[in-house]
Design a binder for this molecule. Sequence first.
Ligand code: NAD
Ligand code: ZN
Ligand code: ZN
Length: 347
Amino acid sequence: MKALQYVEVGRPPEIREVPTPEPGPGEVRVKVSAAGACHSDSFVMGLSEEQYAQFGYPLPMTLGHEGAGVVDALGEGVDAVEVGDAVAIYGPQGCGRCYECAQGKENYCPRAAELGITPPGLGSDGAMAEYVLVRDQRHLVPLGDLDPVRNVALTDAGLTPYHAIVGSLAKLTPGTVAVVIGAGGLGHVAIQILRALTPATVIALDIDDDKLDLAREVGAHHVFTSDEDAPERIRDAVDGAKVAAVFDFVAAQPTVDLGLSLLGTESDLVLVGVGATKADVGMLARPYDSTIRSPYWGSRSELMDVLRLARAGQVSVEVETFSLDEAPQAYHRLHEGTLRGRAVVVP
Ligand code: NAD
Ligand code: ZN
Ligand code: ZN
């Protein structure tokens, strides 16, 4: 079968012919209908040899941690899904037995690393291929009649912001403001989730006018260029109302500094973008009881919630499609920042 693989650190990913995987006991083979391209893949492929070694992902590795498709072959003992079922793949896979996994929070499984369990496309072979092997049937969530191409990105670009927002939900009361920094793949879904779940005024910041147009189209009340004037524009637009949460889908030093400058007492700065930045903390440095969080992906039941929001028409993903042969271009466009919404590869 054909697969898009990251072969060598520093080299662009390539389409290669690889053996079609056979499901072992407990495993399920899915014929891929759609696979999304995430900025985290670009991040991984942008690492130097030394940085990449810290992750230890074996190469060559098939990319794609957002996957949806049709159950194609069952390993021994698989009884909860049938050949032909339409499914979305829950990516952040854990041991399945610990306290976190028992709650469906496999994204926070403390044993996954030690057991060598890695998500598809982030350590194990992913979904940018004709077929993908899924470790366990519990990682398959029924897609029902949702279109896999339009909804595959909900497995990450929907699930990750959902989990990030749910963690701050109690603070997003009537009259408060939520700020989304970066209206790309994750950010444009975050805006819709905020509108669906909260009464907050939603403000989107980006450095690209096309992304700001998209942000407005999907429901942001106000959109502004992400620069040093943004705090004043926000204050004016909301008449000084409290920014209860900032969701930063960039998390570079300038956006983190901007986010921190917006917080009030008990506000949350939620760093979703991948990075490590610096901030002054403590009683005299920050508004009382303000919080900085860095959530990772989401739980299995949260993925079900996100799919329910999509079924109810409350969340949808703006998609640009690419064939498997064109998949390297999808990453090129992501890297350039010229995509509208999410790039989805359709094998
Ligand atoms: P994307 O490229 O689709 O979107 C990023 C957006 O940020 C773009 O619209 C871009 O114009 C905008 N942007 C760039 N610099 C900016 C700045 N200085 N100020 C404001 N906006 C700016 O990327 P994505 O796939 O949506 O991923 C977003 C981030 O989230 C990445 O860092 C990715 O690695 C990370 N991520 C984290 C998790 C997690 O579990 N925490 C999961 C998925 C992705
Ligand atoms: Zn991702
Ligand atoms: Zn576990």
